[in-house]
Ligand binder design. Structure first.
Ligand code: UD1
Ligand code: UDP
Length: 378
Protein backbone atom coordinates (compact mmCIF):
# COMPACT_ATOMS: atom_id res chain seq x y z
CA UNK A 1 0.00 0.00 0.00
CA UNK A 2 1.27 3.47 -0.91
CA UNK A 3 1.26 6.43 1.40
CA UNK A 4 0.88 9.91 -0.06
CA UNK A 5 4.05 11.61 -1.23
CA UNK A 6 4.96 13.87 1.68
CA UNK A 7 6.09 17.23 0.35
CA UNK A 8 7.46 20.14 2.33
CA UNK A 9 7.24 23.32 0.26
CA UNK A 10 9.26 26.22 1.62
CA UNK A 11 8.84 29.92 0.94
CA UNK A 12 10.05 33.06 2.65
CA UNK A 13 9.95 36.09 0.38
CA UNK A 14 7.42 37.64 -1.98
CA UNK A 15 8.80 35.94 -5.11
CA UNK A 16 9.10 32.61 -3.28
CA UNK A 17 5.40 32.72 -2.51
CA UNK A 18 4.42 33.81 -6.02
CA UNK A 19 6.43 31.03 -7.66
CA UNK A 20 5.64 28.29 -5.14
CA UNK A 21 1.89 28.98 -4.93
CA UNK A 22 1.09 27.31 -8.28
CA UNK A 23 3.18 24.29 -7.28
CA UNK A 24 1.47 23.91 -3.91
CA UNK A 25 -1.92 24.27 -5.57
CA UNK A 26 -1.14 21.74 -8.31
CA UNK A 27 0.14 19.20 -5.79
CA UNK A 28 -2.78 19.69 -3.44
CA UNK A 29 -5.26 19.15 -6.27
CA UNK A 30 -3.82 15.68 -6.71
CA UNK A 31 -4.66 13.02 -4.16
CA UNK A 32 -1.20 11.45 -4.35
CA UNK A 33 0.45 14.24 -2.36
CA UNK A 34 0.37 15.49 1.19
CA UNK A 35 1.84 19.00 1.15
CA UNK A 36 2.97 21.07 4.10
CA UNK A 37 3.73 24.70 3.35
CA UNK A 38 6.47 26.16 5.53
CA UNK A 39 7.13 29.90 5.61
CA UNK A 40 10.44 31.09 6.97
CA UNK A 41 8.97 34.57 7.21
CA UNK A 42 12.15 36.10 5.72
CA UNK A 43 9.64 38.69 4.51
CA UNK A 44 6.61 39.48 6.57
CA UNK A 45 4.05 41.85 5.02
CA UNK A 46 5.18 41.17 1.44
CA UNK A 47 4.94 37.41 1.94
CA UNK A 48 1.58 37.55 3.68
CA UNK A 49 0.12 39.68 0.86
CA UNK A 50 0.85 36.97 -1.68
CA UNK A 51 -0.19 34.01 0.46
CA UNK A 52 -3.51 35.73 1.13
CA UNK A 53 -4.14 36.23 -2.59
CA UNK A 54 -3.54 32.54 -3.33
CA UNK A 55 -5.56 31.47 -0.29
CA UNK A 56 -2.57 29.75 1.30
CA UNK A 57 -1.93 29.48 5.03
CA UNK A 58 1.47 28.18 6.09
CA UNK A 59 1.38 25.03 8.20
CA UNK A 60 4.32 26.49 10.10
CA UNK A 61 5.86 29.95 10.09
CA UNK A 62 9.35 30.55 11.45
CA UNK A 63 8.71 34.29 11.50
CA UNK A 64 12.42 35.12 11.24
CA UNK A 65 12.31 38.63 9.78
CA UNK A 66 13.92 41.52 11.62
CA UNK A 67 14.43 45.08 10.37
CA UNK A 68 17.80 45.51 8.63
CA UNK A 69 18.47 41.77 8.78
CA UNK A 70 21.86 40.59 7.56
CA UNK A 71 22.44 37.67 5.22
CA UNK A 72 24.05 35.71 8.05
CA UNK A 73 21.09 36.32 10.33
CA UNK A 74 18.61 35.11 7.69
CA UNK A 75 20.74 32.04 6.99
CA UNK A 76 21.18 31.06 10.65
CA UNK A 77 17.61 31.65 11.70
CA UNK A 78 16.06 29.94 8.68
CA UNK A 79 18.44 26.97 8.85
CA UNK A 80 17.83 26.44 12.54
CA UNK A 81 14.05 26.64 12.16
CA UNK A 82 13.93 24.40 9.08
CA UNK A 83 16.19 21.88 10.78
CA UNK A 84 13.78 21.67 13.72
CA UNK A 85 10.82 21.26 11.40
CA UNK A 86 12.41 18.56 9.28
CA UNK A 87 13.35 16.68 12.45
CA UNK A 88 9.70 16.73 13.52
CA UNK A 89 7.98 16.10 10.16
CA UNK A 90 9.26 13.36 7.91
CA UNK A 91 9.14 14.22 4.21
CA UNK A 92 9.87 12.50 0.92
CA UNK A 93 10.89 15.70 -0.82
CA UNK A 94 11.55 19.34 0.07
CA UNK A 95 10.81 21.99 -2.56
CA UNK A 96 11.81 25.64 -2.83
CA UNK A 97 12.24 28.08 -5.69
CA UNK A 98 14.88 30.32 -7.14
CA UNK A 99 17.66 32.14 -5.42
CA UNK A 100 16.64 33.58 -2.09
CA UNK A 101 18.45 32.77 1.12
CA UNK A 102 15.32 30.95 2.25
CA UNK A 103 15.77 28.63 -0.74
CA UNK A 104 19.44 27.96 -0.16
CA UNK A 105 18.84 27.17 3.51
CA UNK A 106 15.91 24.90 2.59
CA UNK A 107 18.24 22.92 0.32
CA UNK A 108 20.91 22.74 3.00
CA UNK A 109 18.48 21.69 5.73
CA UNK A 110 17.03 19.00 3.45
CA UNK A 111 20.53 17.73 2.73
CA UNK A 112 21.38 17.49 6.43
CA UNK A 113 18.29 15.32 6.84
CA UNK A 114 19.07 13.32 3.70
CA UNK A 115 15.74 14.32 2.15
CA UNK A 116 15.78 14.83 -1.64
CA UNK A 117 15.51 18.49 -2.59
CA UNK A 118 13.63 19.74 -5.63
CA UNK A 119 14.81 23.08 -7.03
CA UNK A 120 12.08 25.03 -8.76
CA UNK A 121 13.54 27.63 -11.16
CA UNK A 122 16.91 25.91 -11.37
CA UNK A 123 19.85 26.82 -13.58
CA UNK A 124 19.70 30.61 -13.85
CA UNK A 125 23.20 32.05 -13.98
CA UNK A 126 25.16 35.22 -14.63
CA UNK A 127 28.49 33.55 -13.72
CA UNK A 128 29.35 36.70 -11.80
CA UNK A 129 29.56 35.82 -8.13
CA UNK A 130 28.49 39.25 -6.93
CA UNK A 131 25.73 39.99 -9.43
CA UNK A 132 23.11 39.51 -8.29
CA UNK A 133 24.34 39.31 -4.73
CA UNK A 134 23.86 36.97 -2.98
CA UNK A 135 21.40 35.32 -5.36
CA UNK A 136 23.93 34.01 -7.90
CA UNK A 137 25.70 32.01 -5.22
CA UNK A 138 22.44 30.94 -3.59
CA UNK A 139 21.55 29.30 -6.89
CA UNK A 140 24.93 27.83 -7.56
CA UNK A 141 25.23 26.37 -4.07
CA UNK A 142 21.74 24.90 -4.27
CA UNK A 143 22.39 23.05 -7.54
CA UNK A 144 24.77 20.30 -6.32
CA UNK A 145 22.44 19.56 -3.40
CA UNK A 146 19.30 19.24 -5.51
CA UNK A 147 17.96 15.89 -6.69
CA UNK A 148 15.33 17.43 -8.99
CA UNK A 149 16.23 20.43 -11.15
CA UNK A 150 13.16 22.14 -12.59
CA UNK A 151 14.71 24.40 -15.20
CA UNK A 152 12.40 27.10 -16.56
CA UNK A 153 14.10 27.32 -19.97
CA UNK A 154 16.48 25.47 -22.24
CA UNK A 155 19.19 28.05 -21.44
CA UNK A 156 18.88 27.16 -17.78
CA UNK A 157 19.14 23.46 -18.63
CA UNK A 158 22.31 24.09 -20.60
CA UNK A 159 23.82 25.95 -17.64
CA UNK A 160 23.16 22.97 -15.38
CA UNK A 161 24.59 20.51 -17.89
CA UNK A 162 27.78 22.61 -18.00
CA UNK A 163 28.02 22.15 -14.24
CA UNK A 164 27.81 18.38 -14.64
CA UNK A 165 24.29 18.02 -13.34
CA UNK A 166 23.12 14.73 -14.91
CA UNK A 167 20.76 15.29 -17.84
CA UNK A 168 18.26 12.82 -16.40
CA UNK A 169 17.85 14.96 -13.26
CA UNK A 170 16.86 18.10 -15.23
CA UNK A 171 13.35 18.81 -16.46
CA UNK A 172 12.50 21.90 -18.52
CA UNK A 173 9.14 22.91 -17.12
CA UNK A 174 8.74 26.65 -17.78
CA UNK A 175 8.69 29.11 -14.93
CA UNK A 176 5.95 28.71 -12.33
CA UNK A 177 5.93 32.53 -12.10
CA UNK A 178 4.23 32.54 -15.50
CA UNK A 179 1.58 30.16 -14.14
CA UNK A 180 1.05 32.66 -11.32
CA UNK A 181 0.95 35.79 -13.45
CA UNK A 182 -1.45 34.33 -15.99
CA UNK A 183 -3.73 33.19 -13.18
CA UNK A 184 -3.68 36.63 -11.56
CA UNK A 185 -4.19 38.44 -14.86
CA UNK A 186 -7.46 36.56 -15.24
CA UNK A 187 -8.73 37.43 -11.77
CA UNK A 188 -11.07 40.41 -11.44
CA UNK A 189 -8.78 43.26 -10.43
CA UNK A 190 -9.06 45.28 -7.29
CA UNK A 191 -9.69 48.75 -8.68
CA UNK A 192 -10.22 49.91 -5.12
CA UNK A 193 -6.50 49.98 -4.55
CA UNK A 194 -5.96 53.77 -4.54
CA UNK A 195 -2.52 53.66 -6.17
CA UNK A 196 -3.77 51.43 -8.93
CA UNK A 197 -6.85 53.61 -9.42
CA UNK A 198 -4.67 56.69 -9.75
CA UNK A 199 -2.39 54.96 -12.25
CA UNK A 200 -5.25 53.54 -14.32
CA UNK A 201 -7.00 56.91 -14.44
CA UNK A 202 -3.89 58.87 -15.39
CA UNK A 203 -4.48 60.35 -18.83
CA UNK A 204 -0.79 60.53 -19.80
CA UNK A 205 1.95 57.96 -19.92
CA UNK A 206 2.71 55.66 -17.02
CA UNK A 207 6.23 54.69 -16.05
CA UNK A 208 6.43 51.85 -13.55
CA UNK A 209 9.60 51.54 -11.48
CA UNK A 210 10.67 48.89 -8.97
CA UNK A 211 14.11 48.56 -7.44
CA UNK A 212 15.42 46.66 -4.46
CA UNK A 213 18.59 44.69 -5.35
CA UNK A 214 21.37 44.71 -2.81
CA UNK A 215 23.99 45.69 -5.39
CA UNK A 216 21.90 48.80 -6.15
CA UNK A 217 21.59 49.91 -2.50
CA UNK A 218 22.96 53.41 -1.85
CA UNK A 219 24.53 55.39 -4.71
CA UNK A 220 23.34 53.27 -7.68
CA UNK A 221 19.77 53.49 -6.40
CA UNK A 222 20.13 57.26 -6.04
CA UNK A 223 21.28 57.35 -9.69
CA UNK A 224 18.20 55.37 -10.68
CA UNK A 225 15.93 57.72 -8.73
CA UNK A 226 17.58 60.78 -10.30
CA UNK A 227 17.03 59.31 -13.74
CA UNK A 228 13.35 58.86 -12.95
CA UNK A 229 13.15 62.47 -11.78
CA UNK A 230 14.77 63.76 -14.97
CA UNK A 231 12.29 61.72 -17.02
CA UNK A 232 9.37 63.27 -15.13
CA UNK A 233 10.74 66.72 -15.83
CA UNK A 234 11.30 65.94 -19.50
CA UNK A 235 7.90 64.32 -20.09
CA UNK A 236 5.27 66.42 -18.40
CA UNK A 237 2.43 64.02 -19.23
CA UNK A 238 4.17 61.16 -17.43
CA UNK A 239 3.26 59.68 -14.07
CA UNK A 240 5.81 57.59 -12.21
CA UNK A 241 4.34 54.73 -10.22
CA UNK A 242 6.88 53.54 -7.67
CA UNK A 243 5.72 50.83 -5.26
CA UNK A 244 8.41 50.91 -2.59
CA UNK A 245 9.97 47.68 -1.39
CA UNK A 246 9.67 47.51 2.39
CA UNK A 247 13.39 47.56 2.96
CA UNK A 248 14.17 50.77 4.89
CA UNK A 249 17.44 51.25 2.96
CA UNK A 250 15.57 51.26 -0.32
CA UNK A 251 12.83 53.56 0.95
CA UNK A 252 15.20 56.14 2.30
CA UNK A 253 17.04 56.66 -0.99
CA UNK A 254 13.97 56.68 -3.20
CA UNK A 255 11.95 58.91 -0.91
CA UNK A 256 14.79 61.41 -0.58
CA UNK A 257 15.14 61.86 -4.34
CA UNK A 258 11.53 61.45 -5.50
CA UNK A 259 9.30 61.92 -2.45
CA UNK A 260 8.32 65.53 -3.20
CA UNK A 261 7.64 65.24 -6.93
CA UNK A 262 3.94 65.79 -7.70
CA UNK A 263 3.94 63.21 -10.50
CA UNK A 264 5.85 60.54 -8.57
CA UNK A 265 3.38 58.21 -6.90
CA UNK A 266 5.35 56.46 -4.15
CA UNK A 267 3.26 53.70 -2.60
CA UNK A 268 3.47 50.69 -0.35
CA UNK A 269 4.22 47.45 -2.22
CA UNK A 270 1.19 46.80 -4.39
CA UNK A 271 -0.68 43.58 -3.87
CA UNK A 272 0.25 41.16 -6.62
CA UNK A 273 -3.04 41.50 -8.52
CA UNK A 274 -3.00 45.34 -8.65
CA UNK A 275 0.70 45.20 -9.53
CA UNK A 276 0.01 42.95 -12.50
CA UNK A 277 -2.69 45.32 -13.70
CA UNK A 278 -0.30 48.25 -13.26
CA UNK A 279 2.21 46.42 -15.46
CA UNK A 280 -0.46 45.97 -18.12
CA UNK A 281 -1.33 49.66 -17.98
CA UNK A 282 2.29 50.87 -17.95
CA UNK A 283 3.90 52.33 -21.06
CA UNK A 284 7.41 51.62 -19.83
CA UNK A 285 8.81 49.50 -17.01
CA UNK A 286 12.11 50.16 -15.27
CA UNK A 287 13.17 47.44 -12.85
CA UNK A 288 15.97 45.48 -11.24
CA UNK A 289 13.55 42.72 -10.23
CA UNK A 290 13.97 39.17 -11.45
CA UNK A 291 10.29 38.29 -11.54
CA UNK A 292 9.23 41.50 -13.28
CA UNK A 293 11.74 40.74 -16.05
CA UNK A 294 9.84 37.54 -16.69
CA UNK A 295 6.36 38.99 -16.45
CA UNK A 296 6.62 42.29 -18.36
CA UNK A 297 7.51 40.72 -21.74
CA UNK A 298 4.40 38.55 -21.46
CA UNK A 299 2.35 41.76 -21.58
CA UNK A 300 4.36 43.29 -24.42
CA UNK A 301 5.80 46.02 -22.22
CA UNK A 302 9.26 47.39 -23.00
CA UNK A 303 11.44 46.83 -19.99
CA UNK A 304 14.71 48.52 -19.08
CA UNK A 305 16.66 46.37 -16.64
CA UNK A 306 18.53 48.41 -14.04
CA UNK A 307 21.41 45.97 -13.76
CA UNK A 308 24.74 45.21 -15.40
CA UNK A 309 24.06 41.53 -15.99
CA UNK A 310 21.05 39.29 -16.00
CA UNK A 311 20.45 35.60 -15.42
CA UNK A 312 17.35 36.03 -17.56
CA UNK A 313 18.87 36.60 -21.02
CA UNK A 314 15.85 35.29 -22.90
CA UNK A 315 13.91 38.56 -22.66
CA UNK A 316 16.93 40.50 -23.89
CA UNK A 317 17.47 38.05 -26.75
CA UNK A 318 13.81 38.38 -27.73
CA UNK A 319 14.22 42.17 -27.88
CA UNK A 320 11.69 42.85 -25.12
CA UNK A 321 14.22 43.81 -22.44
CA UNK A 322 17.39 45.86 -22.42
CA UNK A 323 20.14 45.98 -19.81
CA UNK A 324 20.84 49.60 -18.91
CA UNK A 325 22.65 49.38 -15.55
CA UNK A 326 22.18 51.97 -12.82
CA UNK A 327 23.82 55.02 -14.33
CA UNK A 328 21.60 58.12 -14.62
CA UNK A 329 22.62 59.22 -18.13
CA UNK A 330 22.17 55.79 -19.70
CA UNK A 331 18.77 55.21 -18.11
CA UNK A 332 17.52 58.64 -19.19
CA UNK A 333 18.84 58.18 -22.73
CA UNK A 334 17.30 54.73 -23.21
CA UNK A 335 13.97 55.70 -21.67
CA UNK A 336 13.83 58.92 -23.69
CA UNK A 337 14.41 57.00 -26.88
CA UNK A 338 11.49 54.70 -26.10
CA UNK A 339 9.23 57.60 -25.14
CA UNK A 340 10.00 59.67 -28.24
CA UNK A 341 10.72 57.18 -31.01
CA UNK A 342 7.63 55.13 -31.92
CA UNK A 343 9.68 52.70 -34.01
CA UNK A 344 12.11 51.99 -31.18
CA UNK A 345 9.11 51.54 -28.87
CA UNK A 346 7.25 49.24 -31.25
CA UNK A 347 10.36 47.09 -31.66
CA UNK A 348 10.46 46.34 -27.95
CA UNK A 349 6.72 46.25 -27.31
CA UNK A 350 6.20 42.76 -28.62
CA UNK A 351 4.50 40.23 -26.45
CA UNK A 352 6.92 37.36 -26.03
CA UNK A 353 6.95 34.73 -23.40
CA UNK A 354 10.20 32.83 -23.35
CA UNK A 355 9.81 31.92 -19.68
CA UNK A 356 6.87 29.58 -19.67
CA UNK A 357 3.42 28.69 -20.94
CA UNK A 358 1.51 28.65 -17.68
CA UNK A 359 1.73 24.89 -17.10
CA UNK A 360 5.02 24.61 -15.23
CA UNK A 361 3.50 23.51 -11.92
CA UNK A 362 1.64 20.61 -13.55
CA UNK A 363 4.87 19.41 -15.14
CA UNK A 364 6.63 19.55 -11.79
CA UNK A 365 3.77 17.59 -10.22
CA UNK A 366 3.95 14.92 -12.94
CA UNK A 367 7.71 14.53 -12.52
CA UNK A 368 7.42 14.13 -8.76
CA UNK A 369 4.60 11.69 -9.17
CA UNK A 370 6.53 9.56 -11.57
CA UNK A 371 9.90 9.75 -9.87
CA UNK A 372 8.86 9.39 -6.24
CA UNK A 373 5.59 7.48 -6.03
CA UNK A 374 6.94 4.13 -7.18
CA UNK A 375 9.73 4.23 -4.67
CA UNK A 376 7.44 4.72 -1.65
CA UNK A 377 5.72 1.78 -0.08
CA UNK A 378 4.85 1.01 3.51
C1 UD1 B 1 15.03 39.30 -0.67
C2 UD1 B 1 15.90 38.28 -1.41
C3 UD1 B 1 16.02 38.68 -2.87
C4 UD1 B 1 14.66 38.90 -3.51
C5 UD1 B 1 13.85 39.86 -2.67
C6 UD1 B 1 12.46 39.96 -3.22
C7 UD1 B 1 17.75 37.24 -0.17
C8 UD1 B 1 19.11 37.40 0.38
N1 UD1 B 1 17.24 38.28 -0.84
O1 UD1 B 1 15.73 40.52 -0.71
O2 UD1 B 1 16.69 37.64 -3.58
O3 UD1 B 1 14.85 39.44 -4.79
O4 UD1 B 1 13.79 39.38 -1.32
O5 UD1 B 1 11.80 41.09 -2.75
O6 UD1 B 1 17.15 36.21 -0.01
N2 UD1 B 1 11.12 44.05 4.90
C9 UD1 B 1 9.96 44.33 5.60
N3 UD1 B 1 8.81 43.68 5.28
C10 UD1 B 1 8.74 42.76 4.28
C11 UD1 B 1 9.92 42.47 3.57
C12 UD1 B 1 11.10 43.11 3.88
O7 UD1 B 1 9.97 45.15 6.50
O8 UD1 B 1 7.67 42.20 4.04
C13 UD1 B 1 12.38 44.77 5.22
C14 UD1 B 1 13.04 44.30 6.51
O9 UD1 B 1 13.58 45.42 7.18
C15 UD1 B 1 14.18 43.42 6.02
C16 UD1 B 1 14.55 44.12 4.72
O10 UD1 B 1 13.32 44.56 4.18
O11 UD1 B 1 15.24 43.33 6.95
C17 UD1 B 1 15.31 43.29 3.71
O12 UD1 B 1 14.71 42.04 3.49
P1 UD1 B 1 15.62 40.80 2.93
O13 UD1 B 1 14.75 39.61 2.75
O14 UD1 B 1 16.82 40.68 3.77
O15 UD1 B 1 16.15 41.33 1.56
P2 UD1 B 1 15.39 41.74 0.23
O16 UD1 B 1 16.10 42.88 -0.35
O17 UD1 B 1 13.95 41.82 0.51
N1 UDP C 1 5.38 42.59 -7.24
C1 UDP C 1 4.23 42.86 -6.48
N2 UDP C 1 4.03 44.11 -5.97
C2 UDP C 1 4.93 45.11 -6.15
C3 UDP C 1 6.12 44.83 -6.88
C4 UDP C 1 6.31 43.55 -7.41
O1 UDP C 1 3.38 41.99 -6.30
O2 UDP C 1 4.68 46.22 -5.65
C5 UDP C 1 5.60 41.23 -7.77
C6 UDP C 1 6.01 41.13 -9.21
O3 UDP C 1 4.90 41.05 -10.07
C7 UDP C 1 6.85 39.87 -9.25
C8 UDP C 1 7.44 39.78 -7.88
O4 UDP C 1 6.68 40.67 -7.06
O5 UDP C 1 6.05 38.72 -9.43
C9 UDP C 1 8.88 40.16 -7.92
O6 UDP C 1 9.34 40.30 -6.64
P1 UDP C 1 10.65 41.12 -6.30
O7 UDP C 1 10.92 42.12 -7.35
O8 UDP C 1 10.47 41.57 -4.91
O9 UDP C 1 11.75 39.96 -6.28
P2 UDP C 1 12.68 39.30 -7.41
O10 UDP C 1 11.81 38.75 -8.45
O11 UDP C 1 13.61 40.36 -7.87
O12 UDP C 1 13.42 38.25 -6.64
Amino acid sequence: MHHPIRVIAVCGTRPDAIKMAPVVQALRQHGAFHVRLIATGQHREMLDQVLRLFGLTPDADLNIMTAHQTLTEITLRALEGLDRLLRESPADVVLAQGDTTTTFTAALAAFYHKIPFGHVEAGLRTYDKYQPFPEEMNRRLTAPIAEFHFAPTETARQNLLRENIPAERIWVTGNTGIDAVLWVAHQPYDAEDPALRHALDHPGRLILLTTHRRENWGEPMAHIARAARILLERFDDALLLLPLHRNPRVRETLTTVLGDHPRALLTEPLDYAPFVHAMRRADLILTDSGGVQEEAPAFGKPILVLRETTERPEGVAAGAAKLVGAETGRIVAEATRLLTDPDAYAQMARAVNPYGDGHAAERIRDVLLQEISNSITI
